[in-house]
Design a protein around this ligand. Structure first.
Ligand SMILES: Cc1cc2nc3c(=O)[nH]c(=O)nc-3n(C[C@H](O)[C@H](O)[C@H](O)COP(=O)(O)OP(=O)(O)OC[C@H]3O[C@@H](n4cnc5c(N)ncnc54)[C@H](O)[C@@H]3O)c2cc1C
Length: 455
């Protein structure tokens, strides 16, 4: 269950005289289908020690805002309760990840971390493994097939990823069985500072100096694994049979809406696949279409951010795409907008404004409109680099599922990544173009505008 998902990050030994095994949770914020938690219990049982779980909250993180902290804390409080019900102490500590892990490592037998594919979080892990006085393990639980197992380099096209993945997928479709901790740790005396022993989300928010200007979106998305399970049930029962045909239509609601929960690790993608396969045939065309998004595209995005150090920068797009965009960078634009104008959804294009309002109001944009949204920025800024930066800024600030490999993969796709050259045209060069006319021919766009008219 753990072999291909686990890596030792440093050369330190396990300290058999330590007081506990500690799992410092960051990416996989759930109790069930969590290889990292089960690996930690397995290690603790082998060493005849208790296991504890720690989650660090800081208000110093670049993207700390009320919208996604509320969602995250709603989820983490539920995860805490479920893990404590298994006899495992769950600590919420006000600290940054590196300091927090290192403080706990002083009395630990070993440290277990989950895997994250983004730069900042990778640096955190490197620092922890470098300065820890005990062994540090990393376990990868937020993908179906481990990223480095499948490829050791960046993959340029989805079909290459899909072909490789299909050959090994069955081997990884295994349930994650819960292990029983031999020694319960609920009452372990740890004498730690900085514990955040609040019971409500409001108390956490009050005690954190985070950006409160970005409103929370709990009318649309409530955090927690239980909420993710509810959405998954609705998806399996009502939407999946129509997914292939209707997933691209922004006027209807036929996608799973699981991306915020997947982003925070509140649900495991492996569990999602296994639940679907309990109800549907693997060869069903809707199942295939969904797996293509959830596994192929999602894991290709993780491959991209793992192997391309410039994943969130214009310079990270393929060279053919950059060449063609640069060639057309001085083409005349009919409209140029500032960041403030696009942020406030004040462009001449009512479809684009509706997509931006969807982001501001609900915390997410429908997938099809997300492509249109990012591509139009190329047309309305004086250089594609500026368009790329604005897309990342707005997506990371407002999208509940932002600051994720999928966001950087999706934005760079709009700039030619994973795509081929198309017929050359002004401003876009050979980058695939999207027009408001084609939206109108495909969908009833009036309905989409109506949805987000208020405010
Ligand atoms: C410009 C742009 C920005 C994007 N930003 C994000 C982002 O910040 N976070 C994010 O999770 N996704 C992002 N995507 C990908 C995609 O739009 C969302 O994953 C999807 O709309 C989420 O809605 P859902 O959960 O209902 O999707 P569903 O259609 O139900 O798909 C299920 C899951 O598959 C994965 N998935 C679906 N489409 C894609 C895709 N194109 N690429 C990678 N994985 C995919 C997601 O994890 C999603 O939750 C972006 C796409 C574009 C073009």
């Amino acid at each position: 269950m753990f072999r291909e998902r686990t890596k030792k990050l440093n050369n330190m030994m396990e300290n058999t005289n330590g007081n506990y095994v500690v799992y410092c949770m960051e990416a996989s914020q759930r109790e069930d289908f969590n290889h990292v938690l089960e690996f930690s219990i397995h290690k603790a049982n082998t060493l005849k020690k208790p296991v504890i779980v720690a989650f660090f909250i800081t208000d110093k993180y670049k993207f700390s805002n009320q919208r996604y902290y509320r969602f995250m804390i709603e989820g983490i409080l539920k995860t805490k309760e479920k893990i404590e019900n298994r006899g495992i102490r769950f600590l919420i500590l006000k600290d940054d990840f590196v300091n927090g892990c290192l403080k706990l490592s002083k009395n630990a037998c070993l440290l277990v971390l989950d895997k994250n594919y983004l730069k900042t979080q990778r640096i955190w892990r490197e620092k922890v493994s470098k300065f820890s006085n005990v062994a540090v393990y990393e376990v990868e639980s937020d993908v179906v097939v481990p990223i480095e197992y499948l490829f050791s380099k960046s993959v340029p096209f989805a079909y290459i990823y899909r072909n490789a993945l299909e050959k090994v997928l069955d081997r990884f479709l295994l349930e994650v069985k819960p292990l029983e901790p031999t020694i319960k740790s609920n009452n372990l005396d740890l004498n730690l500072e900085n514990q955040m022993n609040f019971n409500t989300v409001e108390d956490f928010i009050k005690n954190l100096n985070i950006d409160k200007s970005v409103n929370s979106v709990e009318n649309y998305y409530k955090g927690g694994s239980d909420e993710a399970e509810k959405l998954l049930k609705i998806f399996i029962e009502k939407k999946l049979p129509f997914y292939k045909e209707k997933r691209s239509d922004p006027t209807v609601d036929y996608t799973s809406k699981l991306s915020p929960y997947l982003h925070f690790g509140q649900i495991s993608p492996l569990k999602v696949v296994l639940e679907i396969l309990k109800n549907y045939d693997r060869e069903d065309e809707n199942v295939k279409a969904f797996i293509n998004e959830l596994v192929v595209w999602r894991e290709l995005s993780r491959n991209f951010t793992w192997y391309n150090p410039f994943y969130n920068q214009y310079k990270g797009i393929p060279s053919w795409a950059k060449d063609t965009l640069e060639k057309h960078a001085s083409d005349k634009r009919d409209y140029i907008y500032t960041l403030e104008e696009v942020e406030d959804a004040k462009t001449h294009d009512e479809y684009w404004n509706a997509a931006q309002k969807e982001l501001l109001i609900t915390g997410k944009i429908h997938n099809y409109m997300r492509m249109y949204w990012a591509k139009k920025l190329i047309e309305w800024t004086d250089h594609p680099k500026k368009a790329f930066d604005i897309a990342c800024y707005l997506n990371d600030k407002y999208a509940l599922d932002g600051r994720d490999s999928n966001g950087y993969g999706g934005i760079s796709w709009c700039f030619g990544n994973f795509d081929r050259p198309w017929q050359e045209r002004k401003i876009f060069g050979k980058i695939r173009y999207m027009s408001s006319r084609s939206l109108e021919t495909k969908f009833n766009m009036k309905l989409y505008i109506e949805k987000f008219k208020k405010s």
